[in-house]
Write a protein that binds this ligand. Structure first.
Ligand code: COA
Ligand code: AMP
Length: 638
């Protein structure tokens, strides 16, 4: 890793000199039905649109064209599920047939171009096939992560108003079956919008009763369509700017934001990233150990590796416990994986279980050449541990659901730059990253500030939020005119390396999962005995951060606080889902506030994290902070 031998500076400078030429060239790696004449139209959309007159289809580029080019017999997907005890490969040729058939089935269920389809699915190949089938027929998919509860699903159903919902009878978690179907039924009962039909994949671990007139059995419908060779749907002609999908992500309130992804720009940027950032060649095996319900799953389990003609691994398991902390090494060795991508929390989990790397020594990982980490800050201890164990580059990179691909990273494909622990490395072409103060003035190197990106954002980044242009402007564009607000804070060092230190809003990252503390507060506040509450993220050795809720009971409530705390924990699990990992509720007499009534979340967090803190000058009553400290001690947090 030598800065002089990397092509990064030259490539980034080329983009700076001629951004349209740069992306125009990258677009040549995509098969277009009609090549775009316009690379970027600054007048279209909210901040301009990429490839606005190009006509294309994402499924065609991810599947059909590889079959046409002779990759038909290569595995497109390797499904490896220690939880289901199943392993199987799906070739590009088979994937083509399956997307054609499912596309036809969706058409039979009344889904047309531009209609929304919600997927509430576990990590099974049908989830990937369904995303691609939607892309094929021009429907807009919206995948909802399986760890979210019925109420969260209902919110998304009402926002996306899907024609059809695709789901499964169950998902599998270590030691328990997650029954998806009752959650789906409850969500549809809660939502105002009702889908016309639900297509249900019955899994052998637990089948679910179907509702007549609404639910259809996936397998029966597929077998019928396959035997009768019905509706082998060709790829719909899509404008590059047509939406491919909506992915909901946490905002600062309980109402999630529907991040929209387009077809053309998305393909161009993702394809570029596979070679230049990840350093992967077509035909190689690439593995993102995430979930299709997250952006990492969308971009790097499904779209990017398939657009690039790679084999992607779909792993339904955990880094530990399925069956042990050697699971990742087994998968890499067994499937000949070259490059892997996961969240630091997975490595913290492995390190905790097998700090000596004894299980690692059992496997032959000769093809494995780079590990990429993202989703949360990669703490230097974990990175160094992984470097020492793997003896390959361990490369942090920073991105968001909104951007769809990396903002700053270490471009292995262009020649990796020297690693600085704690830094996501350097901005990718397309991103002009600045660190600014509150007045939007750039700050000096090594000084903390808000991280912003000069508009326009590069291809693949969100053009808007689903049916919420005003919210798009308000959330990302208004505060720093001319820039996209990442809502992350950090600094750049003298070499231009970007250090991302944390969020500037009340979003927290729990085990690499993005969650809104505001959303959790809304749930706690609805408890009959809670007068006031505050939820904040506190340090956790394994998950990076975990939520901690402080509750103040209404006067006159004389039930034991521990009982109410348990109810609060159960309520967050029921309303948001197990993924919230909300396990700590603490009853306090009062919350510390400023004289103007703002809860001092930052100070509470410092106390909980054991960091040094100063008495805020604006505090209303300093004694309350001692009470908070004692309450945290009482729960064993400090
Ligand atoms: N469906 C239903 N429930 C789910 C779920 C899903 N798809 N995914 C997670 N959950 C549940 C878990 O079972 C757990 O439930 P519990 O409270 O009953 O134990 C809860 O949600 C919290 O999950 P998680 O925070 O992931 O914790 P965990 O203890 O199950 O696993 C790790 C911890 C570190 C092993 C795991 O988080 C991990 O592998 N993370 C790294 C990779 C990753 O997924 N990154 C995300 C984006 S890159
Ligand atoms: P998500 O939208 O779920 O991908 O979460 C995005 C957020 O995760 C970012 O805004 C950051 O706060 C955090 N994040 C992601 N990757 C990194 C990273 N490499 N370093 C620091 N924070 C990160």
């Amino acid at each position: 890793m030598d800065a002089r031998s990397s092509r990064y500076q030259e490539v980034y400078a080329r983009w700076q000199r001629d951004p349209l030429g740069f992306w125009g060239e990258a677009a040549a790696d995509i098969d277009w039905f009609e090549k775009p004449k316009t690379v970027f139209d600054p007048k279209a959309g909210i901040y301009g649109r990429w490839f606005s007159d190009g006509v294309c289809n994402t499924c065609f580029n991810a599947v059909d064209r590889h079959v046409d080019a002779g990759r038909g017999e290569q595995p497109a997907i390797i499904y490896d599920s220690p939880l289901a005890g199943e392993k199987r490969a799906i070739t590009y040729h088979r994937l083509l047939t399956e997307t054609q058939v499912l596309g036809g089935m969706l058409r039979d269920l009344g889904v047309g171009k531009g209609d929304r389809v919600i997927l509430y699915m576990p990590m099974v190949p049908e989830a990937v096939i369904a995303m691609l089938a939607c892309a094929r027929i021009g429907a807009i998919h919206s995948v909802v992560f399986g760890g979210f509860a019925a109420r969260e699903l209902a919110t998304r159903i009402d926002d996306a108003t899907p024609k059809v919902i695709l789901s499964a009878s169950c998902g599998l978690e270590p030691g328990r079956i997650v029954h998806y179907k009752p959650l789906l039924d409850e969500a549809i009962a809660l939502s105002k919008h009702k889908p016309d039909a639900c297509l249900i994949l019955q899994r052998p671990q637990s089948e679910a009763p179907l509702i007549e007139g609404r639910d259809r059995d996936w397998k029966t419908m597929r077998d019928y369509a396959l035997i009768h060779a019905r509706n082998a749907w060709d790829c719909e002609r899509m404008l590059a700017t047509d939406p491919l999908y909506i992915l909901y992500t946490s905002g600062t309130t309980g109402r999630p934001k529907g991040v929209v992804r387009d077809n053309g720009g998305h393909m161009v940027a993702l394809k570029w990233s596979m070679k230049n950032l990840y350093g992967v060649e077509p035909g190689e095996v690439y593995w993102a150990a995430s979930d299709v319900g997250w952006v990492v799953g969308h971009s790097y389990i499904v779209y990017a590796p398939l657009l690039h003609g790679c084999t992607t691994i779909l792993y339904e398991g955990k880094p530990i416990g399925t069956p042990d902390a050697g699971a990742f090494w087994r998968v890499i060795a067994e499937h000949g994986c070259s490059v892997m991508f996961t969240a630091p929390t997975a490595f913290r989990a492995i390190k905790k279980e097998d700090s000596q790397g004894k299980l690692f020594a059992k496997y032959d990982l000769k093809k494995f050449r780079a590990l990429f980490l993202a989703g949360e800050r990669a703490d230097p201890d974990t990175v160094i541990w992984a470097e020492n164990l793997l003896k390959i580059p361990v490369l942090d990179h920073w991105w968001q659901t909104e951007t769809g691909w990396c903002i700053a990273g270490n471009p292995a494909g262009l020649g990796a730059l020297p690693v600085k622990h704690g830094s996501a490395t350097v901005p990718m072409p397309g991103y002009d990253v600045r660190i600014v103060d509150e007045g939007c003035h750039e700050v000096a190197a090594n000084k903390m500030g808000s991280i912003v990106v000069k508009l326009p954002l590069p291809p693949a980044c969100l053009p808007t939020l689903w049916q919420a242009d005003a919210r798009m402007r308000e959330s990302y564009l208004d505060e720093f005119p001319g820039y996209y607000k990442t809502a992350d804070a950090g600094f750049k060092d003298d070499d231009g390396y970007v250090f991302v230190m944390g969020r500037t809003d009340d979003i927290i990252n729990v085990a690499g999962h993005r969650l809104s503390t505001g959303g959790m507060e809304e749930v706690l506040a609805a408890h009959q005995d809670v007068a006031e509450c505050a939820v904040l993220g506190i340090k956790d050795e394994l998950k990076g951060e975990v939520p901690c809720g402080f509750i103040v009971l209404k006067s006159g409530v004389n039930r034991p606080p521990t009982e109410i705390e348990k109810e609060c924990i159960a309520l967050v699990r029921e309303k948001i889902g197990p993924v919230a990992a909300f396990k700590l509720a603490i009853t306090v007499a009062r919350l510390p506030k400023t004289r103007s009534g703002k809860i001092l979340r930052g100070t509470i967090k410092k106390i909980a994290d054991g960091d040094s803190w100063q008495m805020p000058a604006t505090i209303d009553d300093p004694v309350i902070l001692d009470e908070i400290g004692s309450a945290l001690k009482g729960k064993g947090v400090v």
